[in-house]
Design a protein around this ligand. Structure first.
Ligand code: SF4
Length: 288
């Protein structure tokens, strides 16, 4: 093939496919609509070689920034017409970030904007909105899924049994709850502690985004899949990316298991401790 002429779109696509195939990355063109371009690139570029197999499938395609040049000889298997694959439409995440951001924002203003919120159905059975609490200048923010029974009564995040375990986790890192900020994706308790619905997360999470923008922590730890899925805009299971660093609007983000899950599965505490040690290393913390 004459390498000096301009590649057709089909030739470029074939080159991409061949490149991923050479890297043994497998099929890459599914389930990637929900993760923003910038997050994909940063997550993949931040991953170490050892972490690559655990990067969500949505991330893998972005490992290469530019397609490789076409080789001179086309392998026989590519001489048959390639299937027509719709290239994914990835929305520019910066657009959404711009929409979420509020000039001169503050935690007080966000709380004020929430008011006695009735924006989603979760308001119907709640007792108190659980906005979040802790150090407004925290270097570390923990994000959970939503309030439970005790939190709903007290209006405070992570104060039940799972909260006590979270306190132990924080103290094991050499910190106190006053050093960190703790909040949830949804601010009202889902009935029967069910998972928040997609539309409830979509309605409430912009307030979380604003909280994180105001606090500007050095690291975010997502407790459980719902928090990670909301911030990374993915539907992948947490087991696919737990313990891997991602980029969230310029802040390092790592997902680990929710303390409530640890209460049911104590054996998973060892995995969580490994994750927390990564966070400690990232923040330059030494166990006291
Ligand atoms: S969960 Fe969030 S959006 Fe829904 S009512 Fe409560 S504060 Fe409002």
């Amino acid at each position: 093939m004459d390498s000096s002429r301009t590649q057709t779109p089909r030739e470029k696509l074939e080159a991409w496919l061949r490149y991923y195939d050479d890297l043994n990355l497998g099929a890459f063109y599914t389930d990637r609509r929900t993760m923003g371009n910038r997050q994909i690139h940063r997550a993949a570029l931040n991953a170490t070689p050892a972490e690559l197999p655990r990067v969500p499938p949505a991330v893998l395609p972005a490992i290469a920034v530019a397609p490789p040049p076409l080789p001179k000889a086309v392998p026989p298997k590519l001489q048959t017409p390639a299937p027509v694959i719709a290239l994914p439409v990835v929305n520019p995440s910066s657009l959404f970030e711009a929409i979420d951001r509020v000039e001169n924002d503050s935690l007080e203003r966000i709380r004020e904007d929430l008011g006695e919120c009735t924006r989603c159905r979760l308001h119907k059975q709640r007792n108190k909105i659980v906005f979040g609490q802790g150090n407004p200048h925290a270097e570390l923010v923990f994000v959970g899924e939503g309030p439970g029974h005790d939190e709903d009564i007290q209006g405070l995040a992570f104060v039940g049994r799972a909260g006590k375990l979270l306190t132990q986790m924080i103290e094991a890192m050499g910190l106190t709850r006053d050093d960190v900020y703790i909040c949830n994706v949804v601010k009202c308790r889902p009935p029967e502690n069910r998972k928040p619905e997609e539309d409830e997360v979509a309605t409430c999470s912009p307030y979380l985004f604003r909280q994180l923008d105001v606090i500007k922590p050095k690291a975010i730890v997502c407790l459980g899949g719902t928090a990670a899925q909301a911030l990374l805009k993915t539907k992948d299971s947490i087991s696919r990316f737990r313990g891997t660093w991602f980029d969230y609007r310029g802040t390092k983000l790592l997902a680990t298991y929710h303390p409530a899950y640890l209460l049911r599965n104590p054996a998973a505490k060892a995995d969580v401790w490994q994750d927390l040690k990564k966070v400690m290393a990232q923040l330059g913390l030494k166990k006291k």
